[in-house]
Design a protein around this ligand. Structure first.
Ligand SMILES: *Cc1c(COP(=O)(O)O)cnc(C)c1O
Length: 394
């Protein structure tokens, strides 16, 4: 007998048949260079824990202290009774760290885009969006109701053409791009994009989720990396990657931040980040401001790993950051590769459609400051073996 949910059974079967079904692994250990995954101790090449802060003793202590002082639940949205002294302090510290006028925190980076795009543009407006922008930018853009004009990836000329083509058709316009593209590890050409934005007097927003704690002096992000201070209206950040905790934020011009406190819907309609998380984020900012040691180690590790992978004959794509894609193309090959790595004690997930375009499946290796030289060498050895066994390298 057929039921109204048969379509789901069919869709799920299709995913499995196309090797696009996500088999989700379960972690049973703290984040770090090594993880216990599905009961097995494996080298971790998957996490966004760039600086190793997710299990840092100082962050954990800050979280414990905050729980003792404030308890666990926020019990309110930020605009009613949910704004703690810790949130206010964190926003001040983030603004100072980023060298901007003001900052506002949200529950996640995803939410930060969902809050900001609809608050800045609406039906009469246009968003000029890089074609490879993150899903949360795409969703925020759709939610805004603005026309979305996609331009060719990292191409400031294509952006300019799109602006010219849409001239006179909109009330306001916003350019939005990822800072670091999470699946390829390449960096947006921000100086050229800033120039275009300034020439046309358009608002400019950069999602720096993978640049935060990675690029710029001491991990201050892409705007710092290119010395573009004051010339980008909105920076989106996340505290779930290099900061090792959870939460998102917007850093930029004070009018924008003030407006988001009034009109950023997740700020008004979803409960605040818990005290423990806010306190742990503050401890992460302390660590980043104290020393560049972790950021430096991250880059040393990333350079070493990428160079050795290329020497082994792997195609690491266009990455300019610690994100190291290992381009394989076929989704089944990527799945088999990941499975074989796991058998060799290395946890590196295959990334497939719809996270990357069809035919561009890959293993994405995330290098961290938490990796020791011996860890990287162990990973390289596994890649060398599996690469040969599956005919990817010679
Ligand atoms: C990871 C990511 C996000 C989402 O951040 P969360 O804090 O995990 O919600 C947003 N934008 C980009 C570009 C990302 O890479």
């Amino acid at each position: 007998m057929s039921t109204k949910l048969d379509w789901l059974t069919q869709e799920l079967a299709n995913l499995k048949q196309q090797n696009l079904y996500n088999a989700i692994r379960t972690i049973d250990s703290p984040q770090g260079a090594w993880l216990v995954v599905d009961g097995k101790r494996v080298l971790n090449f998957c996490s966004n824990n760039y600086l190793g802060l997710a299990n840092d003793a100082r962050l954990k202590q800050a979280a414990r202290d905050a729980i003792e002082k404030y308890g666990v639940g926020p019990a309110a949205v930020r605009t009613i009774a949910g704004t703690l002294a810790l949130h206010v302090e964190l926003e001040k510290r983030l603004a100072a760290f980023k060298g901007v006028e003001a900052a506002i925190t949200f529950q996640s980076g995803f939410n930060s885009n969902g809050a900001t795009l609809p608050a800045l543009v609406g039906k009469e407006d246009v968003i000029f969006s890089d074609e490879l922008n993150h899903a949360s930018i795409i969703d925020g853009a759709r939610l805004s109701g603005a026309k979305i004009a996609r331009y060719a990836h990292n191409d400031a000329e294509a952006l300019e053409d799109a602006i010219t083509q849409n001239a006179g058709t909109y009330r306001r316009a916003l350019i939005v791009t990822d800072g670091v593209f999470s699946m390829d590890g390449d960096i947006a050409p921000l100086p050229q994009i800033v120039e275009v934005a300034e020439r046309h007097d358009l608002m400019l927003m950069v999602d720096d989720a993978h640049g935060e704690g990675v690029l710029g002096r001491g991990g201050r992000g892409i705007v710092d990396h290119f010395g573009m201070h004051g010339r980008v209206d909105v920076e989106v950040g996340t505290m779930s990657k290099a900061f090792g905790v959870v939460g998102g934020y917007i850093a930029g011009k004070k009018e924008i931040v003030e407006w988001l406190r009034q009109r950023g819907r997740p700020f008004l309609f979803s409960s605040a980040v818990p005290a423990a998380d806010a306190a742990a984020c503050l401890a992460a900012v302390d660590i980043l401001e104290e020393s560049t040691e972790l950021v430096d180690r991250l880059w040393d590790n990333a350079r070493y790993f990428k160079t050795e992978m290329q020497r082994l004959g792997f195609d690491t794509g266009v990455s300019e950051t610690p994100i190291t894609p290992v381009m394989l193309g076929d989704a089944k090959l990527a799945t088999d590769f990941s499975r074989a790595l796991f058998e060799h004690g290395v946890f590196a997930m295959a990334i497939k459609y719809p996270t990357v375009p069809q035919g561009k499946a890959r293993i994405r290796v995330m290098i961290s400051a938490a990796h020791a030289q011996a860890d990287l060498d162990k990973g390289l050895e596994a890649f060398a073996k599996v690469g040969k066994a599956l005919g990817v390298t010679r």
